[in-house]
Ligand binder design. Structure first.
Ligand code: 3H9
Length: 689
């Protein structure tokens, strides 16, 4: 796991623990042994720590968290580095994250390849750095720069790392050779520069800035235990000596690892990666080449999808039926790119390159050269079937034909072509150029190589593709529909829109369902209920009154003078009371916990049905969809993980009660949920038969 080569007085220790050189027990033992050996070897004057592969070190091995740690621990290894009489220089060839950067910071020097990225992303896993990161980073770059870096967990480029002072130099040529030279220079100098001994960046001004940032962060997210802990650990480094401050960090880290928030975030990390494995789709399934794409429809969705291709370097043609719509669509895309360049998130050259990759055309015949065609036209089966039947005669043999439908039957769309094996759904979320989730809808006849290509393409587009089966609304919208229905019901039974929204934001969503409806436009749900059936008496009445939400200044809330946040409207509250009376429903009050249960348990129940039907392969896929497509709070791990933490017996019993109280049988626990609840089981342990 650690290769050792001694040459010219330098021992080069190369970590080789694919895929990401995670610092698991075996690698730690090998590294510790190799370091001890190099330090003891009289022919060695200096040591280089290098790594094989594209990654330097991806951090501690997350799978070991919460289990008994095998010695040596990472802090033990860093103690050995601190005590080393010989300089150790890290040759950072690729990403150095978490424990990986902590390891590098405990070395006496650091050189980096230009493509390397460095960061302490522990916060995203609900923890904080636990191997001296909260102490060494502030000593290297000041607490005022270190705190925000650890607070966001964002990575910095090698260039930025050098400018900040995290690495000594960025090396264009042979990285290990440069590290050797640097290590020998330090050995010759006779002094060992240890980050732990540095204090020049711990100034009163830097401390003042850090305290202001910490106060702001804690205020912004008062419930985030790790944010508080991070502030305490950094502060300890300013008030106590290094070893005492490291002990504070370590204690905070240990507590956080056991926190349910961190457990949920770690679960979500692995859930996301698990989604890439599709049962029955072997890894070596052939792929079809994708060099050029076409998108049908220049609306918001079509434009956003085209941007995903352009961003990934794939030329894309946007196809419309008439020139006005095309020009409007392309102008919108150009405007978005111009905005990004103005904000500095892309360069002007990137803006021009990306815009240059998007061309426009009138008429489906222009899709003839595309390797993949994504239809993003109006959400209407007739429209879609017409497009696909025409595309069948136009697209080149072997081209993948995808629909961006968010509800409709992809089997029925595929059936109008003579090549149903080439058809699937690619359900992007709005705004498509921003949202990571894509539901990849595998239809009955979708060929394995088409599915495998779509999943690869999703990754190329920097998306998070999750495979789902065909049903109305697939996984995400099908469960959302349950929540919407429960929300309407709650209004009639006595809760008010602001109470429901407050309960949902209190749960951790960024927005409540009614504020969300107002933002999206009440006319959208209203039209789709007209098309697909179903009634939402309150929302439909509001839409019938022309109250479409923010865009009309009135919806569930009032938005006077273009306000972005709604205020309560007595007229709406009176309307709700009236509709409830018409339905003979007695109104009462609900606690925030009641509201959450009534909204979320029916979603979990639908999730159970989705699993039974094989629409999702595993509970964690459902959770990945909800976290990444619907802003489910990641620290609650997604609806299925959350239901496990609540206890499935509690969920099932409550659902039976809701069914009895409302007379709505669809609230009865699904057979799978019922069975798990009876057996004391969890979704986490469920496997498809
Ligand atoms: C930490 O360091 C705590 C310390 O402060 C204190 C310690 C005392 N552990 O993402 P990929 C697996 S906390 C275990 O698809 P990429 C991953 O599950 C850690 N496994 O590759 C996947 O497995 P599989 C702080 C890990 O090239 C495979 O490796 N570090 C770990 O797209 C490939 O992963 C982080 O939070 C890990 N640390 O991206 C960084 N990392 O093939 C977490 C990956 O079976 N990691 N795996 O599905 C990442 O951000 C990305 O994996 C990385 C590579 C950027 C490194």
């Amino acid at each position: 796991m650690v290769r050792q080569e001694v040459d010219g007085g330098v021992a080069v220790l190369t970590l080789a623990n694919p895929p990401v050189n995670a610092l698991g027990a075996a690698l730690r033992a090998a590294l510790d042994g190799a370091l001890a050996q190099a330090i003891a070897d009289d022919s060695v004057r200096a040591i280089v720590l290098a790594a094989e592969g594209k990654v330097f070190v991806g951090g501690a091995d997350i799978t070991e968290f919460g289990k008994l740690q095998q010695p040596p621990s990472l802090p033990d290894i860093l103690d050995r580095l601190d005590a080393s009489p010989k300089p150790v220089v890290a040759a950072i060839n690729g990403v150095a994250l978490g424990g990986g950067l902590e390891l590098a910071m405990a070395c006496h020097g650091r050189v980096s390849a230009p493509a390397a990225k460095l960061g302490l992303p522990e916060i995203k896993l609900g923890i904080i750095p636990g191997a001296g990161g909260t102490q060494r980073l502030p000593r290297l770059i000041g607490p005022d720069a270190a705190f925000p870096m650890m607070l966001t967990g964002e990575q910095v480029s090698a260039e930025t790392a050098a400018a900040l002072g995290i690495v000594d130099a960025v090396v264009l040529g042979d990285l290990v050779a440069a590290a050797r030279t640097r290590a020998l220079e330090i050995a010759d100098s006779g002094a060992l520069p240890r980050v732990r001994d540095r204090a020049e960046k711990l100034t009163p001004e830097a401390r003042e800035k850090f305290e202001a940032l910490a106060a702001e962060a804690v205020k912004r997210d008062p419930d985030a235990t790790n944010v508080h802990a991070l502030a305490r650990a950094v502060r300890a480094g300013l008030e106590q000596d290094f070893d005492a401050a490291v002990a504070v960090e370590r204690a905070e880290f240990r507590t956080l690892v056991e926190d349910p928030r961190s457990k949920a975030l770690r679960y979500a990390f692995f859930a996301e990666r698990e989604a890439a494995r599709v049962p029955g789709l072997p890894k070596d399934t052939p792929r079809r080449p994708i060099h050029a794409a076409a998108v049908i429809g220049a609306g918001t969705m079509g434009g956003g999808i085209a941007m995903c291709f352009a961003n990934a370097g794939i030329p894309v043609m946007v196809i419309e039926t008439e020139a006005g719509a095309l020009t409007r669509g392309l102008d919108r895309v150009k405007g978005l790119y111009a905005g990004s360049a103005k904000r500095g998130s892309i360069t002007e050259a990137q803006r021009d390159e990306r815009i240059g990759r998007i061309t426009g055309a009138i008429g489906l015949e222009h899709a003839a050269q595309a390797d993949i065609v994504i239809e993003a036209a109006f959400e209407d089966m007739g429209v879609k079937r017409e497009i696909f039947s025409k595309l069948d005669g136009i697209a080149k043999p072997g081209a993948i034909l995808a629909s961006n439908t968010s509800y409709l039957d992809v089997n029925a769309i595929a059936a109008v072509t003579n090549r149903p094996q080439d058809v699937l759904g690619l359900h992007f979320f709005s705004p498509a150029n921003v949202m990571r989730l894509v539901e990849v809808v595998r239809a009955e006849k979708t060929a394995p190589d088409v599915l495998a290509t779509a999943l690869d393409l999703g990754k190329r587009l920097n998306k998070l593709p999750v495979t789902v089966g065909v049903c109305f609304g697939f996984v995400g919208n099908r469960m959302l529909e349950r929540r919407s229905r429960a929300g309407e019901r709650l209004l009639l039974e006595g809760a008010l829109p602001h109470e429901v929204d407050a309960a949902v934001t209190g749960f951790g969503f960024r927005m409540g369902p009614f504020a969300m409806s107002d933002l999206a436009g009440l006319d959208i749900g209203w039209r789709s209920r007209k098309d697909f059936g179903g009634r939402a008496p309150v929302a439909d009445s509001l839409a019938e009154m022309g109250r479409y939400g923010q865009k009309t200044g009135r919806g569930f809330y009032l938005y006077p003078d273009g306000a972005r946040t709604g205020t309560r409207d007595p007229e709406v509250e009176a309307l709700i009371a009236r509709v409830a009376a018409e339905h003979g429903i007695a109104r009462r009050s609900f606690s925030p916990d009641d509201i959450v249960a009534r909204l979320m348990y029916p979603m979990v129940n639908e999730g159970a049905r989705i699993l039974e039907e094989g629409i999702a392969a595993r509970p964690s896929d459902i959770d990945t969809i909800w976290i990444n497509g619907y802003n489910w709070p990641a620290w609650r791990g997604g609806p299925m993980h959350w239901a496990d933490t609540v206890g499935l017996k509690t969920v099932a019993e409550a659902l039976s009660r809701f069914a009895a109280e409302t007379g709505d049988d669809s609230q009865e626990p699904a057979p799978l949920l019922k069975k798990l609840a009876e057996d004391g089981g969890r979704f986490a342990d469920w496997k498809a038969a």
